[in-house]
Design a protein around this ligand. Sequence first.
Ligand code: 13P
Ligand code: SF4
Length: 373
Amino acid sequence: MKFEACEIDISANKKDAELLKIDPQVKAETDHLYEGVKHVMPYDEFVIHAPYIAAINRLKKEKDAVILAHNYMTADIFHCISDFRGDSLYLARQAQKVPQSLIVQCGVHFMAETSKILCPDKKVLIPDLRAGCSLASGITGRDVALIKQKYPGLPVVTYVNTTADVKAESDICCTSSNAVQVVEEIAKQWGVDRVIMVPDEYLARNVSAQTEIKIIAWKGACEVHELFTGDDVKELRAAYPGIVVLAHPECPNDVVREADFAGSTGAMNDFVFTQKPKQVVLITECSMSDNVAIENPEVEFIRPCNLCPHMKRISLKAIYECLRDEKYEVDVDPDMIVKARAAVDAMLALPPRNANVYDVKAIVPDTFELVSA
Ligand code: 13P
Ligand code: SF4
């Protein structure tokens, strides 16, 4: 198996923490938070984070900011400083609902852009501008325009893991938690039996196995999930008989077919909460297991995983500096916002449903097609 070791470098935090005083006030402000992370973090490590945690929570109050954290954030961020935690769809909905006019997006750039598109009057910050996504960087708005020329009359369904210019060329957005619903709904609205779905080939394959609607997809991939293979899952099952395997639908279809359950990060989280499997593995980004394990101490987690280098750019130090200096602001051109917003709004206008659960045994039909610009 070629999973990366799940180790996160805390040395930068360690060095900077010396500059931030660890005093009785910090201890008083943070000790209760240790309870929440003690299953995944020794106290010696927590005290390195504590000055940042205290400073961020103070600044957040002072500036009336809100911190939105994706499920792939490390446990110190996820459990000790964030206000809302969840999958990309949930975070987009929260950005719109919260009263605060300063949003710190702890996730990757497209998530911050989505918040800006939905809340153009709010100030949206991302702690590290380099926090990108291989899916978002693998397609441009021009690519989408060229695909539309090839297939006139077909709607474009765009995964939220894209830049604003790609969304601006699209008819509706989706996330992994509503992709099947979105594909079926837009096909019905347009009176067609085929849709274009960009940019994730694997998500598109997994969705096409769940619906009668034919899918034309782009050849993009998540650099984290594409590394998993069906053989990895077979090896896990051999090593841990009876283990329950959950996979994200950005994984290749052979991984999903070997899993017991497939769904968004939010759906995987709900599965563990409601089903309480004895032993489980989440085939996805590394931090997800820590975050779910903390709230399900009775479940044993087996933790092969792959790190998302983009998500891991978001550290407590970066968040502290982000709030202190109000950097880095994510801006989107106002004309682009109008066009991209139509696609995001079309998705949010669909009736909220439980997160899509993918039938792992469903087969990708022969009608599945790949397109290049
Ligand atoms: P979710 O929509 O499941 O949160 O996934 C976003 C993502 O980037 C997964 O790699
Ligand atoms: Fe993008 Fe994959 Fe990282 Fe998610 S895990 S942000 S899809 S590169």
